[in-house]
Design a protein around this ligand. Sequence first.
Ligand code: GDP
Ligand code: MG
Length: 604
Amino acid sequence: FAVEDIRNFSIIAHVDHGKSTLADRLLELTGTIDKTKNNKQVLDKLQVERERGITVKAQTASLFYNFEGKEYLLNLIDTPGHVDFSYEVSRSLSACQGVLLVVDANEGIQAQTVANFFLAFEAQLSVIPVINKIDLKNADPERVEKQIEKVFDIPSDDCIKISAKLGTNVEYVLQAVIERIPPPKVHRRNPLRALVFDSTFDQYRGVIANVALFDGMVSRGDKIVSAHTQKTYEVNEVGVLNPSEQPTLKLYAGQVGYLIAGMKDVTEAQIGDTLYSHKHPVEPLPGFKSAKPMVFAGMYPIDQSEYNNLKSAIEKLTLNDSSVSVHRDSSLALGAGWRLGFLGLLHMEVFNQRLEQEYNTSVILTTPTVPYKAVLSSAKLIKEYREKEITIINPAQFPDKSKVAEYLEPVVLGTIITPDEYTGKIMALCQTRRAVQKHLMFIDQNRVMLKYLFPLNEIVVDFYDSLKSLSSGYASFDYEDAGYQTAELIKMDILLNGNIVEELVTVVHKDKAYAVGKTICERLKDSLPRQLFEIAIQAAIGSKIIARETVKAYRKNVLAKCYGGDITRKMKLLKRQTEGKKKLRKIGNIEVPKDTFIKVLKTQ
Ligand code: GDP
Ligand code: MG
């Protein structure tokens, strides 16, 4: 294929607006997959993607299309729409010259539509607006056209109205891809310059890197160098994704495909890396911002004997998802485990679900926290810690105020799109989350777009659920990283009869200390078994008690439950009690079962 006959494009949209379905139709229309089969989101290969109906990993496919007597090569990169995976979107976009921006004809522009549009706009790509689901009874494509004009400044005439489900007008989408998206700007005569935009790990073949060639060509047997690691590799295989891998003799500039070169793990094929010929070193392409974990949680095996199993499962899974950060950690109550960093809550849930489904493990996941920072107060401390700012991903390591000039917390810029009738309630909700309003705009007569600056920790756990239930499911939400801001953070201890429980140390904003302390005390009260003496549960900041609950004394006699007779039942009860004891942790003279910790620490 000549460069002029190649188009590289991506499909972006709010979740469920029909990206994957449109991709299916495009694959059929170009004969890449059979039309007769019942094709449903064929690019969603992972089990969790099929179950949740969401795309987690971007997938690539090369399509061949004959238009007005000319054969074109169209490289389609399907992307996930959820905010947690927006790094996948930006990564895909760097290999493209244009995007299809899919908007549901019934729902209209939603929060992720806006976020994704701006990613494409900033990358200076051609944007083709596609209004999907025109077959729906409540579809109102004209209204959506006007929204697109108002919010994105794209003339409404540019919109293509389709039904991806029925296949209506999908051929116009392919035509627009050819006519409105420019071919890649590349130079085939120059030495090789290839961008690694994704990589996966295959047990038998090692790392499979997805590459976009900006200059030159590459074929089997070539010696290539990674700009990132400076290691040299021999290329074993190159090919296109069709959408399954199909080896070819060469890959040329302008093409998107895959490459296998004996790299042993995905860290050797860093996303954003440039590959070049060992004979002709080149200036590396601008890389990506690496994915930054925003949500941290402790992960422990339910039973310590499962530790090694879980360890190897986490290792294998992170081979394919380099955006998860892994630190070893241990807890007196829960044993040896890890502190894992994720891009967001959905990412954390998906990772957990994959561990369970693909590796058959079961784990305890603790309440997620965000990475706080502390700016150290003296030159002496800076020398001791070897840095001026320390990042705290584990509340137990929160440095004392005497050492700190100021604490910082991560903030995000959130976009909310809602029917106007819910605006008041949503503004009130944002207020309780310490959010600052930045922008308010009507996108049509009865829909509002709000922008707020949120402290990240105020939205990680249940903001989205609250927003959805306030708005009967109609409001949508997305956010982007907005750096750090000064915050009055404090460390809160939980005490049982005056003894600090190390695993329950929490970092909170001063305005939230009372509410959080109260919740933890209540949860403890509900799950801590009564003992022979009274137990005082307290939340404290330094020496100041801010919340308190009491567990009354109880005369422990498990046999009292059985009314005489049944001896086997008594034996069983006794056995169960001794087993349970093994899992107790003593705090002072109080016996706390592991189960209590799980109930208090676990995600709601
Ligand atoms: P994605 O999250 O953007 O990839 O969306 P999917 O392609 O997974 O589609 C989400 C849901 O919308 C699925 O249930 C599809 O069957 C449905 N859907 C997609 N396109 C259409 C369409 O044109 N008409 C109708 N009625 N439903 C559609
Ligand atoms: Mg999808």
